[in-house]
Design a protein around this ligand. Structure first.
Ligand code: HSE
Length: 294
């Protein structure tokens, strides 16, 4: 039997749209054991939605490795205990893809290397910014080149992260559909320098710098106005420290000093509650580790 852990991730981190992502200390645990057919069972987050047969991102990714390696797939029982909130902007689909690929590759004796796994994961997800930190851990800058995904991974100090998810219907499909097809030169310039400075601020644990530069003009303004309470919650979070839409949203991620975590969590959630919207939240920290066997 093989057992692995895969972390949640927060992508974009403000201005780093589709290229920055951070692994978080929130984990799904997945075991793979021999069986006479494909069996898939989930407990924890999303169990109701996921326990509906064997066709899902994880099993598709698992089967893809066998196909790419030219190996016949044998029966397997895949059991996932999920802690990563789904439909939240915390990389639950990236985690499913990476765990399927990683698990199958381990069972086959690591026929694929890390770059090959990352390329398959990015092809499935469409962009590398969640799958790269899910696989590698830490803060990852990733760009898609012709045949490969070029990544640079950084370990960053512990920072307290407050994440509040409003329970609203916000499918990723819609989160991408509301974005403009092109951006102005001024907005591109606004983001490019800030994305570089976000990486520097995170590497140095410099929360003051992070707060000054975690501003985005190419996805957040378009998305926040469609998320009920989103803009107000984002503004509340900014009073406590650097803030961003986590991935495509709807969660807000807030980088705070530990003493402010509880107040930030309560006050951001309150903004949604006042509008009759329920929330889930998690207070966590970055993870330097990516997907690994346990
Ligand atoms: N970079 C992606 C986006 C992350 O913002 O759409 C979410 O999948």
């Amino acid at each position: 039997m093989i057992k692995i852990r895969v972390p949640a991730t927060s992508a974009n981190l403000g201005p780093g749209f589709d290229c920055l992502g951070l692994a978080l200390d929130v984990w799904n645990e997945i075991s793979f054991e021999p069986a006479n057919k494909l069996i898939y069972q989930v407990t924890g987050e999303g169990a109701e939605k996921l326990n509906k047969g064997t066709k899902n991102l994880l099993t598709k990714a698992y089967a893809l490795v066998y196909e790419v390696c030219g190996k016949p797939m044998s029966g397997v029982k895949i059991y996932a205990d999920n802690k990563i909130l789904m439909s939240s902007g915390l990389g639950s689909s990236a985690a499913a893809i990476v765990s399927g690929l990683f698990g199958a590759n381990e069972i086959l004796g690591n026929l694929l290397n890390e770059n090959e796994i990352l390329k398959l994961a990015t092809d499935m997800e469409g962009h590398p910014d969640n799958v790269a930190p899910a696989l590698l851990g830490g803060l990852v800058v990733s760009v898609m080149a012709r045949e490969e995904i070029i990544t640079k991974r950084y370990e960053i100090p512990d920072i307290t992260l407050v994440i509040v998810k409003p329970i609203v219907d916000w499918p990723t499909r819609m989160a991408r559909a509301v974005l403009p097809k092109s951006v102005s030169r001024a907005d591109a310039i606004h983001n490019i320098g800030r994305a570089v400075l976000v990486v520097d601020a995170l590497r140095g644990g410099d929360l003051d710098l992070l707060q000054k530069v975690m501003d985005d003009r190419i996805h957040q303004p378009y998305r926040l106005k469609h998320i009920s309470g989103g803009m107000a919650a984002y503004k509340t979070a900014k009073q406590f420290g650097a803030a961003a839409l986590s991935g495509a949203g709807p969660s807000i991620i807030n980088f705070v000093i530990p003493e402010n975590a509880e107040r930030a969590r309560k006050e951001i959630a309150q903004v949604f509650h006042e509008r009759g919207i329920k929330t889930k939240d998690v207070v966590t920290k970055p993870s330097t580790r990516g997907t690994h066997r346990i």
